[in-house]
Design a protein around this ligand. Sequence first.
Ligand code: C5P
Length: 303
Amino acid sequence: MMSSENRSQFSVSCSSVSEKARAKINLALHVTGQRPDGYHLLDMLVTFADHGDRLDFMRSPADAFTLSGRFGEVLAGDGGTNLVLKARDLLRGAIGPLAFPVSIHLEKNLPVASGIGGGSADAAATLRGLMRLWGTTLSAETLAALALKLGADVPMCLESRPLIARGIGEELEPVPELPAFAMVLANPLKGVSTPEVFRRLATKNNPALSLTPSRPQAADWLAAIAATRNDLEPPARELVPEIAAMAAMLQARGALLTRMSGSGATCFGIFASMTSAEDAAAALHDARSDWYFQATETVSGGA
Ligand code: C5P
């Protein structure tokens, strides 16, 4: 018996589906307070990149999980703690016996523990993909609650479109006016502990994001974003000196704006065009082939 809270609707299921898990980019991240349980209150302007992981889901005689991609090896040894498997199990628990065994393949293209929500995007893509494979939909509230259980960034990754997120990331407001940006993502392939970055924050009651009510026009977005902050960047720079080096490298290659995403260490540079972003990524890769540089376009709010 399913409880009324978990009531789901079933339709015809398919035998295989694929989902994209887009990288999450925090264009701005303001820490505005802290809840009694220790979680920090945030005001974030978030967008999503074309670049990301890819997940394939197939009906199978037994549950299985395989990995490939540049960063697949990194996850291979985590012994079932992967958020993809947690998302599968949580969704199966919510929908019951009609959730047949599945084979899941994760092509891991995004660096792990890097502030661009790779794990959260994978978890969200798993919820989306398995609902399609199992031919079920949950109510928006049940799905949002499941997503939040998996991590503070999972609800926004379910949306994967430009938005403002508040609270700990669960209060979402779409930003249809946000344009697409040509971007280079840069990471020194040094994982950062999110709790450690939060612990090092000097101030937790910082000014809120002030993009509304006077939302800028497309041409003004860059200036508006430049006037915002990532409050996690100073403590992350203390932990990872490479962040300052990457920001300087992106600027030297023509980035109009550089900033760190999430709790780092990934930094993004916004470029004038995809051609200049691709040229910069190629030159940066030549300079530091042991680091990660990826040119990508972000999704526009109106898409
Ligand atoms: O929810 P998620 O797994 O992404 O959070 C990882 C850790 O980061 C939390 O356990 C918490 O220590 C810290 N965190 C926080 N405030 C947030 C989000 C995360 O303090 N809003």
